[in-house]
Design a protein around this ligand. Sequence first.
Ligand SMILES: [Zn+2]
Length: 392
Amino acid sequence: MSPASATARPAGVFAGLVGQRLVVDVLQDAVQKAATGGTGMTHAWLFTGPPGSGRSVAARAFAAALQCPDGGCGHCHECHTGLTGAHADVEVVSPTGLSYGVKETRDLVNRAAMAPARGRWQITIVEDADRFTEQALNALLKSIEEPPPRAVWLLCAPSVEDLLPTIRSRCRMLTLRIPPYDDVATHLEAEGVDRSVAAFAARAAQGHVGRARRLAQDEQAQRRRRDVLELPLQVATVGGCFTAAANLVDAAKEEAAATVETMNAAETSALKDALGDVGGRGRARPRGASAALSDLERRQRSRATRTQRDALDRALVDLAAFYRDVLVLQLGAPVDLVNADLQTALQRLAESSSAESTLRRIEAVLACREAVDANVAPLLAVEAMALGLRQG
Ligand SMILES: [Zn+2]
């Protein structure tokens, strides 16, 4: 057990934030100050941290706590709706296409300037805040420089460097870390997962909380992980490389589909309810209903593309960790294996190859991540990687 995991788990709306004690302290402090009049309230916050560290979870928890009369009790209406993004005065936005456009951003700025309908603050949570076009960013800057009295902006981005200095200098910055494995395991245990499964999932997911949860609870997710980690055994021949590449890309597609499916269904049915579709056939839908539905579908499609890329990236991270484990065995390094459940396969590869070739293979995987990030067609990038894994 590391000393970090000895600290108590945060309570109320912050309970979902795993291994982020420092961040929780800052947020709770801000909530307290905001409750006593709100003078000196910081109107723009920037949440950064690697995928899976909980940027968006932190922003939503903070939003809920700011709206809750009790500072984030975790069970009142403000807390529930704040956490799910359904609160009338908490808007959660993500880019519809590759980036936030200028018109979209101006609308956002106008809504942020409105008086809250029922809460204390008009809060806008911006996911992927690194994706503003330059013009859009200028529109946003004004609202952040001279914030309307009740407006609070919570921007989320992978890292501080992803944002222009003009914007980050006006935000209070909070950096989330990759949570310690012990904290992730304890969190899953509290959700009812068996201790040994929780420990395995936390380690295999390398501290990515959402992925650890899926690995612990979903057999399909476990199977997909094993499929991905079989790739190193399949690249002995050129033909094997192409098959393995296609399998990896398909596994990522499947994983992404599983992730967005439930979200999509819930959103669509919530929107249909809101539009008065409960009566079904024969009832006329209000004007603008089909536009709202097709807008939702468009956003869902762009999320599917993003999720697919993320899933492929996760698979590549898994693969890099596999070769990292091989290297650990080859060098006899006194550190734990990420994939301890695959010891036999790791050992076999460690004995039949050199540390130098393992390093080259890790580089091939990392090059593939960069290529996918730079929008190279996924299959092409993965095929090139698979061939690179085969050589030497
Ligand atoms: Zn509450």
